[in-house]
Write a protein that binds this ligand. Structure first.
Ligand SMILES: [Fe+2]
Length: 179
C-alpha cells in the first residue's frame, strides 16, 4: 500500500481510503491491485529475460484489458531494475530530477518499491509505492522518481503515446503547480 509523506501533515498517510482520497484531490489516480498467484514464480526472480518479462506481462493481461477499456492505453512494457543492472545509477539519473511528460505516467508496481516526488497545488509531497500499487500521474504533472535503499523494482508501464514519454526537465526554482 502506498504511503504519502508531506510537510503539511504530521504523520505519513497510509490508510488506504486516505491515500486514495489525497491522491484523487491532487489529480492522481490510485488503485490497489493484488498480484496474482500465477505471477509469483517469476516475480521472485531478481532478473528476467525478455521472454520471461513477456510471460509475466501475460499474467497481468486482464489488468491491461481493463485499462484499455477504461482509457485509451495502447501498449505496455515492463521495467525491471535491480543493483545487477549495469549503469543503473545513470539510468535513474534521468528521472530523479524535476520533470514532466506530455503523456500520462502510468505504473503498476508488481514487485519492489520506489518513491515519486510531486509538486501539485502548491504542496510538495512524496509517495512511496510498492507491490500492488497502481498509479496514474496525469500528463504535465511536475514530479521525480527514485528507488529506495533496496534499489529493486518491477513495474508495468502503460502508454497511450510512446512519444510523450520523453522527460521535460524543469528547474526547481521554476516549479509551478500542475494544472
Ligand atoms: Fe517521469
Amino acid at each position: 500500500m502506498a504511503e504519502i509523506f508531506s510537510a503539511n501533515t504530521k504523520d505519513p498517510i497510509s490508510n488506504p481510503d486516505d491515500v486514495r482520497n489525497f491522491l484523487k484531490i491532487k489529480g492522481i489516480e490510485y488503485r490497489f491491485w493484488d498480484t496474482n498467484a500465477n505471477s509469483k514464480p517469476l516475480l521472485s526472480r531478481t532478473s528476467l529475460s525478455d521472454s520471461e518479462k513477456e510471460e509475466l506481462l501475460q499474467c497481468f493481461e486482464d489488468r491491461f484489458n481493463e485499462l484499455k477499456s477504461d482509457y485509451s492505453y495502447k501498449s505496455r512494457d515492463m521495467i525491471v531494475l535491480n543493483p545487477e543492472i549495469p549503469g543503473l545509477d545513470g539510468m535513474l539519473a534521468k528521472f530523479d530530477k524535476w520533470h514532466y511528460h506530455t503523456d500520462d505516467e502510468v505504473r503498476y508496481i508488481i514487485d519492489g518499491s520506489g518513491i515519486f516526488g510531486f509538486h501539485i497545488q502548491g504542496e510538495k509531497f512524496e509517495v512511496k509505492v510498492s507491490q500492488n500499487d497502481f498509479i496514474s500521474v496525469p500528463a504535465n504533472t511536475n514530479h521525480w522518481f527514485k528507488l529506495d535503499e533496496h534499489k529493486k523494482i518491477k513495474a508495468i508501464r502503460y502508454f497511450q503515446d510512446m512519444s510523450g514519454w520523453t522527460p521535460v526537465y524543469i528547474d526547481e526554482a521554476d516549479l509551478v503547480s500542475s494544472k
